[in-house]
Ligand binder design. Structure first.
Ligand SMILES: Nc1ncnc2c1ncn2[C@@H]1O[C@H](COP(=O)(O)OP(=O)(O)O)[C@@H](O)[C@H]1O
Ligand SMILES: [Mg+2]
Length: 257
């Protein structure tokens, strides 16, 4: 589904990604780990077109997307959920999800402006879909609430809902459980599993090792822009190089055991 081929990303003299090569299969949850500054966010940015790779290729669904613009990549089905809640706090929860559909309109803008039946039909479909997403994510009872009034955990779940409205095939999640309470964390983990069960592929950067181990089918560990280990979560977490580079202690080992 996604293939990153020998991707290099330089910032001036600094090599943030050095020949990164990896594959993600359909419906897989792949975790990207590594110490601060190892290139995780840069790799996300290259995949979703925010950064241009210096060399190498990104292949998505059999198509070379390396030189496409971010909005073109989004239209092909890659959606990135941001670390900070990015929704519009003065809009209702439902309207926030509704904004996720802005890319999906097939009716021409003038038909929408003049509220031609065809446009109204499309809008009704989007509203129905948005409600289904909120139902799916457990936010249905909060649909009329202003987004700004939601708890931190629910705001982050809303962020995922907005991404789901773009009908992604691949979802990129940057630290989805950072700053959450144990309860919120387990809600988010459940939601991510449910999303995968719908056939959506998930690439995730997360520092919380317990969550990573519960969540991911496979891990890739970066250090200084290079992949130093990949495999099953337990394998990667017990890999000496990884422990040395990133964990620095045996916390991950004991969780994996
Ligand atoms: N826009 C940028 N300009 C210059 N250097 C950058 C930029 N983005 C990231 N870097 C550098 O690239 C390296 C990898 O950063 P990053 O991908 O953010 O790491 P991580 O997400 O793993 O913490 C770091 O040395 C960082 O300083
Ligand atoms: Mg980062």
């Amino acid at each position: 589904m996604l293939e990153v081929k020998q991707v290099v990303k330089n910032f001036g003299g600094l090599t943030a990604l050095n020949k990164v090569h990896m594959r993600v299969s359909q419906s897989e949850i792949l975790g990207l780990i590594g110490p601060n500054g190892s290139g995780k966010t840069t790799l996300f940015n290259v995949i979703c077109g925010f950064y241009q790779a210096t060399s190498g290729q990104v292949i998505f669904d059999g198509r070379n997307i390396t030189n496409l613009k971010a909005h073109q990549i989004a239209q092909l089905g890659i959606s990135r959920v941001f670390q900070s809640p990015t929704q519009f706090s003065a809009l209702s929860v439902l309207d926030n999800v509704f904004t996720g559909y802005h890319m999906s309109y097939k009716t021409k803008i003038w038909k929408r402006l003049f509220r031609i039946p065809e446009a109204l039909r499309e809008e009704r479909t989007f509203k129905r879909n948005a409600l289904e997403i909120l139902d799916f994510a457990g936010l249905n009872s909060l649909k009329n609430e202003m987004a700004g009034n939601l708890s931190y955990g629910d705001q982050r779940i809303l962020g995922v809902c907005i991404s789901l409205a773009t009908k992604p095939k691949l979802l990129l999640l940057d630290e989805p459980v950072a700053g959450m309470s144990p309860m919120e964390r387990s809600n988010m983990v459940n939601l991510i599993h449910q999303i995968r069960d719908q056939g959506i592929t998930i690439l995730i950067v997360e520092h919380d090792m317990k969550t990573i181990i519960n969540l991911c089918d496979r891990l890739v560990c970066l250090r200084s822009g290079e992949i130093i280990s990949e495999g099953l979560p337990q394998e990667v977490c017990s890999d000496e190089c990884v422990i040395e580079a990133y964990l620095g202690n045996t916390e991950c080992n004991s969780n994996a055991a």
